[in-house]
Design a protein. Structure first.
Length: 258
């Protein structure tokens, strides 16, 4: 078996032995009262975007200012080997046992958590937000589109920012610049991007930043995080989302055999 970025080593393949207990704990899940106080007092920023949108680069630039704290998620899966390098605790994830994760979940100590494919549980711990709060920093992380609604339901004042490529052709150029990928992988990334661009039509909590110039994009994310929203830039971003949604849908329809 070839070890890839998305493949666990054979010896450490994920297995969730207490899936029923996790599902039970997540049904009607509520953040604890002490945890809610921390949430209420902490500024939290979520960056969402397709592959090659530049989320990680923007986050790294903001971290350099010293005003931000990067939130690292918890997971029950074991560390993976990515291209011969084993993931490190507190770097890629906080790796926790099922018992540890479940105990904190039952006590309402997660902002959000999700059972993934019945094999692992991952989520954002209040413990990480506490660190940002105690150090008077803005909590920031990137997140997959499926987890955004859970976060917003628990913390409605979360600044959710959709990072956009300036146009469809530039997105394709950036993606291809990351190296060769199979047709299947390319299509999966296209499908994920389309789901992301469809989300603002169903939810009105998204802010938009067009990553055409990195310095400008970093400044705009910081402005939104600190409560300054430029209405003209938001209108421009909303229009671009609609254009991208059309382009991605057409590309998928025209390349159904990918």
């Amino acid at each position: 078996m070839e070890i890839t970025e998305d493949s666990p080593t054979p010896a450490t393949a994920p297995h969730l032995s207490r899936v029923a207990e996790f599902n039970a704990a997540l049904r009607g899940y509520r953040v604890s009262v002490p945890a809610q106080r921390i949430l209420d007092e902490t500024t939290f920023v979520l960056l969402v975007g397709p592959s090659s949108s530049g989320r990680n680069t923007i986050i790294n630039k903001l971290l350099e200012t010293g005003d931000y704290y990067f939130i690292i998620s918890d997971t029950t899966r074991p560390p993976r080997s990515n291209n011969g390098k084993v993931e490190q605790n507190g770097v890629e994830y906080w790796f926790r046992s099922e018992e540890e994760f479940l105990d904190d979940l039952k006590e309402g100590k997660y902002l959000e958590a999700e059972v993934i494919h019945g094999q692992q549980v991952s989520g954002i711990s209040i413990r990480e937000l506490q660190k940002a709060h105690d150090n008077d920093k803005v909590a920031i992380t990137d997140i997959e589109i499926g987890g955004v609604l859970n976060v917003v339901q628990a913390k409605p004042d979360t600044a959710v920012i959709l990072i956009l490529p300036p146009n469809f052709e530039e997105w394709k150029r950036r993606l291809r610049g990351r190296g060769h990928m199979s047709n299947d992988e390319y299509r999966r990334r296209m499908e994920t991007a389309l789901r992301i661009f469809q989300a603002p039509a169903r939810n009105n909590f998204f802010n938009f930043v067009i990553n055409d110039n990195l310095e400008d994009a970093v400044r705009q994310v910081h402005d939104i995080a600190t409560g300054t929203v430029d209405a003209a830039l938001q209108a421009k971003g909303a229009g671009l989302v609609q254009e991208l949604r059309v382009h991605f849908a057409e590309e998928l329809d025209n390349n159904a055999d990918l």
